[in-house]
Design a protein around this ligand. Structure first.
Ligand code: EPU
Length: 351
């Protein structure tokens, strides 16, 4: 008879073949991989690393909220499921929180605000895991991850070497990092460390937060939890819940154009939504451009652009990566034709 221990080991298989990924990507695209490794405990790391070093094609998967998965993935998929949140350092000015990569990002935010720790409350309800947050430098309502990240621990899967990287070594830019640039199979982020200020100051400049009069009225009584609640309400009012309407958040980046090109557009479209950048360039609201092209609330096959936020693509049921690509290409072509602006897809295509 098998011992209890062996039974437990058999139930929890860190390595699996032919694994269905349809429920492991927030767009719920039909997809499967020929080989999957689960990283759940510290002890799994050696198994995962050994497999990763043997496999030239890999995908590190967190919550699957920023990928477009093709039906047959011919890569080793490493699914990160590690847990743990702890304060690792506290000074007069900051507390450093270390978070295991597999933690759900929103739960980390909630844990912090419930403890009265401010700094990441504007990033509430962003789908995905803590380890995926640096990959696309998540951002919302005036805060980007790079402004609160202290450092992280990552393994280079091409060599097996572990690095402790400061935030300046992560190559962050708008929705981008060196981890995303390297492809989603090159680095395995195992932990992130957040630097949260002891003397917290709310960030309330984003138009949607300014409109929350209740929040503005709280003045010096305002807590990180109040801002967290407001952000949750705003997101719930305009963004679809991936568990009810599968989506990957913003499907395109907000495009950045030169000032001359912007002036030309402004003459033809005086109400164009734009944000000036410090380098003289201008960021345009992609949702506005897409809406002007008539795509808000419109479908193509089983996918469509959300009725309240034209930047978010929704899978209405049974979509594949081909359906997503067909809609993305139609939108890109229309925005190019009408505005001469090139849209860049935010989620990464995985074949
Ligand atoms: N707009 C429209 N029509 C639309 C959508 C937007 O006209 O259908 C215009 C509105 O004027 C609105 C403005 O665009 O005021 C900006 O829209 P919103 O505040 O919803 O923000 P966004 O620029 O569309 C970005 C991020 C979101 C983030 C919000 C809030 C990107 C690509 N997206 O969206 O991030 O939550 O700001 O900070 O930068 C994500 O990356 O997945 C994501 C959801």
């Amino acid at each position: 008879m098998l011992s209890k221990h062996i039974h437990a080991a058999l139930n929890y298989a860190p390595i699996m073949s032919e694994y269905d990924l349809t429920h492991h990507n927030t767009l719920a695209l039909q997809s499967a991989t020929s080989s999957l490794c689960r990283l759940k405990t510290k002890a799994d790391l050696n198994v995962v690393l050994k497999r990763a070093l043997e496999s030239p094609f890999r995908l590190v998967l967190g919550g699957g909220s920023n990928v477009v998965l093709w039906p047959e993935i011919k890569r080793l998929v490493i699914k990160v499921e590690t847990r743990g949140i702890a304060i690792v350092e506290e000074t007069n000015t900051h507390r450093i929180i270390e978070v295991a990569a597999g933690e759900t990002w929103h739960e980390v935010v909630e844990h912090c605000v419930r403890n009265g720790w401010g700094g990441i409350e504007n990033l509430a309800l962003i789908p995905g895991t803590a380890g995926a947050a640096p990959v696309q430098n998540i951002g919302a309502y005036g805060v980007e991850l790079e402004s609160v990240l202290h450092s992280l621990v990552a393994v280079d899967l091409t060599t097996g070497q572990t690095y402790d990287l400061s935030k300046d070594e992560c190559g962050f830019s708008y929705r981008d990092s060196m981890f995303k640039q390297a492809g989603l199979g090159s680095w395995l982020i195992t932990h992130i460390r957040l630097s949260l200020p002891i003397n917290w100051q709310p960030v309330l400049e984003y138009p949607d937060l300014k409109l929350d009069k209740g929040l503005q009225k709280l003045g010096s009584k305002l807590t990180p939890y109040d801002v967290f609640e407001s952000v949750c309400n705003i997101r719930r009012s305009k963004l679809p819940d991936p568990s009810l309407q599968p989506n990957a958040g913003s499907f395109f980046k907000n495009p950045v154009i030169g000032y001359e090109a912007y002036e030309k557009l402004l003459r033809d479209y005086p109400d164009i939504v734009s944000y000036p950048l410090s380098d003289g360039k201008v960021k345009l609201a992609a949702g506005w451009l897409i809406q002007q092209c008539g795509w808000r609330g419109k479908r193509l096959g089983p996918v469509g652009m959300h009725t309240r936020q034209a930047l978010v693509m929704v899978n209405y049921g049974g979509a594949s990566a081909d359906d997503v690509t067909a809609l993305a290409n139609s939108i890109k072509a229309d925005v190019m034709q009408n505005f001469g602006v090139s849209l860049e897809q935010e989620p990464v295509n995985i074949y």
